[in-house]
Design a protein around this ligand. Structure first.
Ligand code: SF4
Length: 814
C-alpha cells in the first residue's frame, strides 16, 4: 500500500496539505509535527515489491482476540499496550508497543494473520520490523537500556499458532535507525508545509483567467464560493455554454485557503468531463502559475503497462522493487506538477522514467496533490479510494460533481449486484477434481439452496419479497470457504485494490493460474455479500432467468440486488466532506434530485438563468405524432416528413434522436428511401471512441446532412458542435425508460416509500426529460448560435410536462 502521512492533529495547529498539522507557534519546545510511529514507518520504511495478491486478513475482533491470546501465554509481569513517546527536533512520535517482558528484556510486536506466515508480503514484514525498531529505540531511551531483544510475533488466528522471529539490538543502533526515519520524514514534511503555505498565498491572489465572466458564470462562481464558506452543499442547474467547469473550479480554488481545504475532488461521469476540468486547470496554470498540484486519476485498465501480468513483483517488472523506487518517483511527480496538471500521459512518463507502475503512482500521488480529477467511482462507490483516504487522513475536502444528473443512475449501479448461477456452476467445475472437501461441500450447498429458490419461480422475472435468508447464509458460507481456500493455496487471486480500509479485491481481476472460474465467482460473490449487508427497503431483490425455465432442473438464474434509491448510501459521503457542489444543465426538479441523492436538507439550490434567448431557438412540438412503442410503425412517415421539410427549408447539419437503435434504423431506412438526396450518418451500436470522433467530424461548418443517434447515447450529451456545425435537432421520443417488470417494480417501491415523490416521475418522466433537454442542448452553444428543435410526440403538448423544460424556450405547438 502506498505510504502516507497521517499526522495527529494537535490543538492550535493549522491543517496542512498532507492532512497533518503544523504548529502556529514558533516555540521550539512545541513539536511542529506529531505523528504515530506506525504512520511514520509507513512513509519512510516501506521497501520491496508492490504485492497485491489477495491475503485474507483477520477481522478487527479476531485481531483483538489474537492479541489477548498471545498476552495470556506470556509470564507474570508481562506488560501490554506500552505507551512510548519520542522527539527528534520539530518532530514528535507516539505509539503503543504491543507487549514487553521486563524480566526477559524483550519487546514484542504482535501481528495477526490468516494462512501460512510465509505468505505475508515481504514489504509488510519490513514495515513491521521498522515499527518494532522505532519502539525499541524509544523504550531504550526512556529506560536507559543499552540493549534489547526485539520479537516479531505472528499469530495465525485460525490455528492459534505463533511464529516468533527475534533479533538482539544495541540501543545506539536502534537510536540511529529511529533518527534516520525521523530525518527522512522531516525533509518531506517540511517540503509539504512549505508547499501548503505557498499554495494558499497564491490561491488568495488567483485571478480569473479570462477578461470577463460569461453571463451566468459569475453567479455560479459566487454560489460555489459562498457554500464553501458556509460548509454546505449546492445543487446548481446552469445551462451549457456558460463555462461551468471554470466557474466552479476557480471559485473552489479561491475558497481553499480561507476554508483551510486540504483537497478539491473534481468528479466526473465521463472522460470528456475530465478533459474539460484538466483543460481549465491548465488554463489557470498558464495564466496565474499558482504552485498548485493537480492529478488525473484513471482506471487501472487504462493505465496498466502490462495487462497480461499480475500486480506483484514476481509477475510485473513495474511492481518489482516498486517501494524502493517510489520516493524518487514521488518527488519527480511533485516537481513535474509545478508545470501543469499531472494528466495520465504525464504521470506515465514520470512513472516509466522511474520504473514504477503508473497506476499505483497515481494512487500514491492522490495523497500529495491539491486537486484530484477523477471518476464518480473514486469517491462514491463501495470501495472508493478517495472517500477512504478522506476519512483515514481526516482531510478537509470540497467536492465538485460534474454532470450531476448522471449520479443517481451511476450510484444505483454501485450499490447493486448480480450474481450468476452460471458462475457458480463454473466455479464448482474448476475445483471438482482437486478442491478440498470443505470447499466443495459449501459450493454444493449453495447450489442446492439456489435450486430450491429457483423452484419458487414460474416466470423469467421473479420478484423476491426480500433477501432470501437461506440463500444468503449459503452464499456467506461459500465465500468463507473460498477465502480459506485461497489463503491455503498459492492461488494468485489476481489484482486487488487498496482503499485505506484494508485490501479489497477488485472486480476487474485477471490472471489466475489455479482456478480462474473460482476466482471470478469469489469476487462476484464478495461484492454481492457487501451489497447484501447494506440491503434495505431502498433496494429490490429478484431472480431472472435467461435460459431454461427456472423450475426445471436445468434452469439457472441470476440473483439481482437492485438499488432503487441511492440516498442512504450517498448521505455519509456528503457528511464526510466540508462542502460539495453538484452541477449540470439538467437537474430539475432540484428538490427531487436532492432527495434521491441523500443531500442534506440545508443544501443550497441555484438555477442559473440561461444566457440564451427564445429568439435563438425555435421549438416546435409535433403533437399529432405518437412515438409510443405501439405507435412507432405508424409514426414513421410523419417523423420523416418533418425532418425532410426542415432540412429542405434550411439545409445544414442536424441531429435526430430516437429511443432505440431499432427505431432509429426504421426511421433512417424510411428516410433514405424517401429522400435519398439528403446525406445521413447513422450511429452504430458499440462505436469505438475513434468511430465516435469520425461521426462528429462529419459535422463541419459548411456541411449538410442529418445524423441519426440514440437518445441517452454518446451523442446525446457532452458533445460540442457550435455555430453551423449543428443548426437543429429532431427528438422523436420522450426519452422515457422502457416499461418492463423491473422498472415497474421500482416505480411501485418508490410509491410505497412515499418520501421520494411519485414513482412514475422518478423512474420514467424525470430521467426521460433530462435526456431530452441534454440532447436539445447540443443545438445552441453560444449566444450567437441560431437553431431549431422539433419535439415529436403528442405528450409534449401537455402543459405540466412543458413546465419541466427550460424556461427560456418558447414552445410552439404545431
Ligand atoms: S497495474 Fe499493470 S503495470 Fe501496474 S503493477 Fe499491475 S500489472 Fe504491473
Amino acid at each position: 500500500m502506498p505510504t502516507h502521512l497521517n499526522l495527529l492533529r494537535n490543538q492550535g495547529m493549522t491543517a496542512q496539505a498532507d492532512g497533518g498539522c503544523v504548529a502556529d507557534s514558533t516555540d521550539e519546545s512545541v513539536p511542529r509535527f506529531t505523528i504515530a510511529v506506525r504512520t511514520l514507518c509507513e512513509f519512510t520504511a516501506k521497501r520491496g515489491d508492490l504485492d497485491l495478491r489477495f491475503t485474507p486478513s483477520p477481522t478487527a475482533l479476531e485481531g483483538i482476540a489474537g492479541h489477548q491470546l498471545v498476552a495470556s501465554r506470556r509470564p507474570k509481569g508481562y506488560r501490554t499496550e506500552l505507551i512510548l513517546n519520542g522527539r527528534h527536533g520539530p518532530l514528535a512520535v507516539r505509539g503503543r508497543a504491543d507487549g514487553f517482558d521486563p524480566a526477559a528484556g524483550r519487546l514484542e510486536e504482535i501481528k495477526t494473520h490468516k494462512g501460512p506466515q510465509s505468505r505475508l508480503p515481504d514489504n509488510h514484514m519490513v514495515l513491521h520490523w521498522a515499527q518494532l525498531k522505532v519502539y525499541g529505540a524509544l523504550l531504550c531511551a526512556s529506560q536507559g537500556r543499552s540493549d534489547l531483544e526485539l520479537a516479531m510475533v505472528y499469530l495465525d488466528v485460525t490455528t492459534g499458532k505463533e511464529t516468533v522471529l527475534t533479533e538482539h539490538w544495541h540501543a545506539h543502533d536502534l537510536q540511529t535507525f529511529w533518527q534516520q526515519q525521523a530525518e527522512a520524514f522531516l525533509s518531506w514534511a517540511l517540503q509539504e508545509a512549505d508547499h501548503r503555505e505557498r499554495r494558499d498565498e497564491a490561491l488568495n491572489r488567483l485571478a480569473f483567467p479570462h477578461a470577463e465572466f460569461r453571463q451566468g458564470q459569475r453567479s455560479l462562481a459566487e454560489a460555489v464560493f459562498k457554500v464553501t464558506r458556509a460548509g454546505r452543499c449546492l445543487l446548481a442547474e446552469a445551462p451549457t455554454g456558460i463555462g461551468k467547469t471554470m466557474a466552479t473550479l476557480f471559485a473552489q480554488l479561491r475558497a481553499m485557503p480561507a476554508q483551510k481545504l486540504d483537497k478539491v475532488f473534481f468528479l466526473t461521469a465521463k472522460t470528456s468531463g475530465r478533459g474539460m476540468a484538466l483543460g481549465a486547470l491548465s488554463t489557470l496554470h498558464a495564466t496565474s502559475r499558482p504552485p498548485l498540484r493537480s492529478l488525473e486519476l484513471v482506471a487501472r485498465e487504462k493505465s496498466c503497462e502490462h495487462p497480461d501480468k499480475a500486480c506483484h513483483g514476481a509477475s510485473c517488472p513495474l511492481a518489482n522493487g516498486f517501494y524502493n523506487r517510489l520516493p524518487a518517483a514521488r518527488q519527480a511527480a511533485v516537481d513535474q506538477s509545478m508545470h501543469g496538471p499531472l494528466e495520465a500521459g504525464v504521470l506515465r512518463q514520470v512513472a516509466l522514467a522511474h520504473q514504477v507502475c503508473p497506476y499505483y503512482l497515481g494512487q500514491e500521488m492522490a495523497r500529495w496533490v491539491d486537486v484530484v480529477v477523477g471518476d464518480y467511482n473514486h469517491f462514491f462507490d463501495l470501495h472508493a479510494m478517495l472517500f477512504a483516504l478522506t476519512q483515514a487522513q481526516d482531510w478537509r475536502v470540497a467536492l465538485l460533481v460534474d454532470e450531476a444528473h448522471n449520479l443517481v443512475e451511476r450510484a444505483r449501479k454501485m450499490y447493486s449486484a448480480e450474481l450468476r448461477q452460471h458462475s457458480l456452476v463454473a466455479a464448482r467445475a474448476a475445483v471438482r477434481t482437486s478442491g478440498p472437501a470443505a470447499l466443495k461441500r459449501r459450493l454444493g450447498s449453495l447450489q442446492s439452496t439456489w435450486r430450491k429458490l429457483n423452484q419458487t419461480a414460474s416466470t423469467p422475472y421473479h420478484p423476491l419479497p426480500g433477501l432470501p435468508d437461506d440463500w444468503l447464509a449459503a452464499l456467506q458460507g461459500a465465500v468463507a470457504a473460498m477465502g480459506e481456500f485461497f489463503s491455503e493455496t498459492e492461488g494468485e487471486l489476481g489484482r486487488a485494490g487498496e482503499t485505506g480500509e484494508g485490501r479489497v479485491p477488485n472486480l476487474a481481476g485477471q490472471i489466475d493460474p489455479i482456478a480462474p472460474a473460482l476466482r471470478a465467482f469469489y469476487l462476484e460473490a464478495l461484492h454481492a455479500c457487501k451489497v447484501a449487508e447494506l440491503f434495505d427497503d431502498h433496494g429490490l431483490c429478484d431472480l431472472t432467468a435467461p435460459d431454461a425455465p427456472l423450475h426445471t432442473p436445468r434452469g439457472l438464474s441470476t440473483l439481482n440486488l437492485r438499488n432503487v434509491v441511492p440516498a442512504p448510501h450517498l448521505a455519509p459521503r456528503w457528511a464526510a466532506v466540508h462542502s460539495a457542489t453538484l452541477f449540470s444543465a439538467t437537474l430539475q426538479p432540484l428538490d427531487h434530485t436532492r432527495l434521491m441523492l441523500g443531500l442534506p436538507e440545508n443544501t443550497a439550490m441555484l438555477t442559473v438563468a440561461s444566457p440564451f434567448c427564445a429568439e435563438q431557438l425555435r421549438v416546435e412540438v409535433a403533437h399529432r405524432v405518437s412515438t409510443r412503442y405501439a405507435h412507432r410503425a405508424d409514426s414513421l412517415s410523419a417523423v420523416v416528413d418533418i425532418m425532410a421539410r426542415q432540412f429542405h427549408a434550411l439545409p445544414g447539419n442536424y441531429l435526430g434522436f430516437f429511443s432505440s437503435h431499432a427505431y432509429l434504423q426504421q426511421v433512417a431506412e424510411a428516410f433514405q428511401t424517401m429522400h435519398p438526396d439528403v446525406p445521413v450518418w447513422i450511429q452504430q451500436r458499440g462505436m469505438s471512441e475513434a468511430a465516435q470522433r469520425d461521426f462528429l467530424e462529419t459535422f463541419t461548418e459548411d456541411g449538410q446532412g442529418i445524423g441519426f443517434a440514440v437518445l441517452g447515447g454518446s451523442f446525446g450529451e457532452g458533445i460540442d458542435l457550435p455555430g453551423r456545425r449543428l443548426i437543429g435537432a429532431f427528438i422523436a421520443t420522450m426519452g422515457l425508460p422502457q416499461v418492463n417488470p423491473v422498472n415497474e417494480r421500482m416505480r411501485k417501491r418508490l410509491d410505497e416509500l412515499g418520501r421520494y415523490g411519485s414513482g412514475y416521475n422518478a423512474v420514467y418522466l424525470f430521467p426521460g426529460l433530462q435526456k431530452v433537454v441534454q440532447a436539445a442542448g447540443r443545438v445552441i452553444r453560444t449566444t450567437t448560435d441560431q437553431g431549431v428543435l422539433h419535439l415529436m410526440d403528442e405528450r409534449y403538448g401537455r402543459a405540466e410536462l412543458r413546465d419541466l423544460l427550460p424556461d427560456w424556450w418558447r414552445v410552439a405547438i404545431k
